[in-house]
Design a protein around this ligand. Sequence first.
Ligand code: PDD
Length: 286
Amino acid sequence: MSRIVYVNGAYKPYAQATIHVEDRGFQLSDAIYEVIEIRDGGLVDATRHLARLARSLAELSIPPPMSERALLQVMHTVIRRNRVRDGIVYMQVSRGAGPRDFALPPPTTPPTLVVLARAQRRGWSAELAETGIAVKTIPDNRWGRCDIKTVMLLPAVLAKDEARRAGAREAWFVDAEGGITEGASSNAWIVTGDGTLVTRQLDHHILPGVTRATVMDVAKREGFKIEQRTFNRDEAIKAREAFVTSATNIVMPVVKIDNAVIGDGRPGELTRQLRLRFHQVAEFSA
Ligand code: PDD
């Protein structure tokens, strides 16, 4: 549990860290967020996460709550004050509070900023990666700007629940043309028969994952072939390997899609290599 939380300028005990009842994030989902991996007490890929945060804010014309440098300092303070060695930082920025109104408030309205850190046992994802996970495909019913990391997560919450009830750990969203967009909280990848890594091209239908970008750096370093294009469920089921990427999972093998077994049903070799090399390539800031 996060014992100390940063909220709007103060470090508060968890139970006392509160926001206004008429916060626009709470009422209107008028807010964006980031999740960053903490490893050995430092941040993984902070530069890329802060760049995406800045982009999400700019796309929605929400003023930045503070400079990136100050934000980095707040994150490190929250990590230190909670004594987290391995886990995640969760950071949310909303367009602030005021009487409920669809109209945007004056641009001088101070944004709400919450930063918390949560410890997670280092081994959990490595243990899960030894066997891999199952995913369930579900029609993508999200809005048209999934490239912005907003807190409008209800479709993802419901999709993950549907997946869980079918014995899968993640949902893969499928667009109207049958293309896989991404996971409910991860990017989706396959490895074709000739060993090419395939992940959907960046467009308005997927989040530009930070882990996705760093996995591409790893793949380039290892000399793996990468194609950024749409793939569908049939191609995914016939793939040699499949996996998902996110700040919480890093690289997580997918061994089943809608009960169809991928490859030989065990995590694939390229997937294993990418996972193994990830932290050698990712940026680390203590
Ligand atoms: N989710 N796509 C979606 C829809 C996501 O919610 C996420 C991350 C990703 C992967 O992005 P990244 O590699 O930058 O974590 C892709 C976070 C982890 C979450 O909501 O908890």
